[in-house]
Design a protein around this ligand. Structure first.
Ligand code: F6R
Length: 604
């Protein structure tokens, strides 16, 4: 995910910006840049790839007197990870860095282009600087122009902007994306998008609220709220623990990533929903013409999101769909017809088995699409089209938010196709779009649920194994729940279709067999319930996850009551992730780096 730093003070601004960006490296990025304004001199540097490339470019540049500066690490969402797309973005005499997504950028860009402004990058961010400079021409000062610019922006942002018109000032605005300012006794001011760059530099910090904007000079920090009222700073002591700061105070990266699913899913949705249709700028309108079948190919967790997607492709898009584990597909000499769309799913975009299947499909002349989290990865470069999931970097080896965003992308993709092929009514599409808007709140972790799972986890540490069971899309979710548990607890767990238990595995049922039963209210409730009753009658220990009480279960984790099964799916997903996490913690395992596993599997 992108990172922001800013600095006002007398120390070596370049060094401070670069070391701040280094502290943000853990968040993942594919390019970086800085802009430094010292008196009348403006210097800006950008580089693709690791920070060492930026350091190399700036090695002959120094600042030794008062200067202001802004810096950025970019994780590509709009536009490729190129130098032109890297931040800071430049106007005639100003620079901007931005985290988040400007939802109405296309409309603003069109208006600015009509005014004759030439854009250098493919980013949404670039509109901010040109809009600001346009406003500068009709306002009395830079702050007014900045304020008016912010008023025109829709979406999520943390913005720092510097301009030659006010060479000793940094303008800032925050809405939806995190940003804070830090101060110290030496009268320096530091901006950052998370605590870690400020640790060791500042002793007090103020976390900006959504809607806050203002400006900072050497002597002033003026913060206004969304009602344009001047605010008092709420200065807090800054923690001194860097690792804790990187984890945003959570115990593990996996826990942080579970908790941030709500905000990353908002990023996945951003700019892609209108009231009655799904917008994918990245897809050509004719992309799905002449497609009669879809084949999905992936590994591990991504395979589970593919399985989930296959239910939707047949149910919503009415396209025949099959799913394959990539390592199997590679060697079984599969038949590939030209009217099949081949979709690969990968968090990293580098998984060797999946990449190979993509090459096979291309060689066979199939149209290809990748759903991926990393722009410019091998799969993104190879496929005909790509939809980015925008989950940001995932540090925990056990995938959580990558899975969640993949499923959200597939839900959107199905509504996109359903609109084109008229396989769902416009009312149904609009209804499902409003449900998509509810996903971020359905995955918000409730304190009471997390507490309950923490307590329950002690009962699920020993025994001879786990069965996670579900029907329909809750079957792939059960597979994913079982995989999560295996990965970080090292306990044996299987995912199984609820209705299939009686065809063999039920023989294992006894009090030492733990059944984690997914019992959604809105999908085959009665059927799933009787499957669970069969296990309960054979004395399996049952933990039901459901919005309704179920007296045949030993334990029950309650979810909210929804009228739609996909919202139940997303809330249950969080419950399963937390359950594995808490069992792993109780067993004393390394949650973020489980034994024998690597984050990206680039070998066969
Ligand atoms: C499980 C997990 C793995 C990956 C699999 C594919 O938590 O992370 O199962 O899903 O190795 O990786 P990607 O999605 O990068 O292709």
């Amino acid at each position: 995910m992108c990172g922001i730093v800013g600095y006002i003070g007398k120390k070596n601004t370049k060094e401070i910006l670069l070391s701040g960006l280094k502290e943000l490296e853990y968040r993942g990025y594919d390019s970086a840049g800085i802009a430094v304004l010292s008196g009348d001199d403006f210097s800006s540097f950008k580089a693709v790839g690791k920070l060492i490339n930026l350091e190399e470019k700036t090695k002959n540049f120094t600042t030794d007197s008062f200067a202001i500066g802004i810096g950025h690490t970019r994780w590509a969402t709009h536009g490729k990870p190129t130098e032109l797309n890297a931040h800071p973005h430049i106007g005639e005499s100003s620079y901007v860095v931005h985290n988040g997504i400007i939802e109405n950028y296309a409309q603003i860009k069109k208006e600015l282009e009509n005014d004759g402004i030439k854009f250098l990058s493919q980013t949404d961010t670039e509109v901010i600087i040109h809009l600001f400079e346009k406003k500068l021409k009709t306002t009395t000062n830079a702050f007014e122009a900045f304020k008016k610019t912010i008023e025109d922006l829709e979406g999520a942002y943390a913005i720092l902007l510097v301009t030659k018109n006010e060479p000793k000032t940094i303008f800032f605005a925050k809405n939806g994306s995190p940003m804070l300012i830090g101060i110290n006794e030496e009268n320096e001011k530091y901006f950052a998008s998370s605590d870690s760059p400020l640790i060791g530099q500042c002793n007090k910090v103020n976390y900006f609220d959504d809607g806050d904007y203002g400006y900072v000079t050497e002597d002033t920090i003026n913060v206004y709220n969304s009602a344009h009222k001047l605010k008092k700073l709420n200065l807090l002591e800054l923690s001194t623990n860097k690792l804790l700061a990187q984890k945003d105070g959570f115990r593990f990266f996996m826990e942080k990533e579970i908790y941030e699913q709500s905000s990353v899913i908002s990023d996945t949705l951003m700019g892609r929903l209108s009231d009655d249709e799904i917008l994918f700028d990245e897809l050509d309108k004719s992309f799905f013409d002449d497609i009669n079948e879809i084949k999905l190919c992936a590994c591990g967790t991504s395979y589970h999101s593919a399985l989930t997607a296959s239910y939707m492709f047949e149910r919503y898009s009415k396209i025949r769909c099959s799913v394959e584990v990539a390592s199997e597909f590679r060697y079984r000499k599969p038949l590939m017809d030209k009217d099949t769309l081949f979709i690969v799913i990968s968090q990293s975009g580098e998984t060797a088995d999946t990449l190979e299947t993509l090459k096979m499909a291309k060689e066979a002349g199939l149209k290809t699409l990748v759903v991926c989290n990393v722009d410019n990865s091998s799969m993104v470069r190879l496929a005909d089209a790509c939809i980015l999931t925008r989950a940001g970097i995932e540090k925990g080896v056990a995938s959580t938010k990558a899975f969640a965003t993949q499923v959200v992308v597939f839900w959107m993709l199905n509504l996109y196709i359903a609109k084109q092929k008229k396989t769902l009514s416009s009312q149904e599409i609009s209804k499902q779009i409003s449900l998509l808007r509810e996903v971020p709140s359905s995955v918000k972790v409730k304190d009471t649920t997390h507490e309950k799972i923490k307590r329950l986890s002690k009962r699920y540490l020993y025994g001879h194994g786990f069965f996670f069971i579900g029907r329909d899309v809750f079957y792939p979710l059960a597979l994913e729940g079982a995989l999560k548990l295996k990965e970080i607890s090292y306990l044996h767990a299987e995912g199984y279709p609820s209705g299939e238990m009686k065809h063999g595995p039920i023989a294992l049922a006894d009090p030492e067999l733990f059944t984690i039963a997914l019992l959604p209210k809105n999908m085959l409730y009665e059927k799933a319930k009787s499957n669970i009753e069969e296990l309960s009658a054979r004395d399996s220990t049952i933990c039901a996850i459901s919005a309704t009480e179920f007296d045949k279960a030993d334990d029950h984790i309650m979810i909210s009551s929804y009228d739609n099964y996909m919202l139940e799916f997303f809330e249950m997903m969080v419950v399963l992730q937390l359950l594995s996490l808490e069992i792993s913690v109780r067993l004393g395992n390394d949650v973020d780096m489980p034994r024998n596993l690597a984050k990206s599997v680039t070998v066969e």
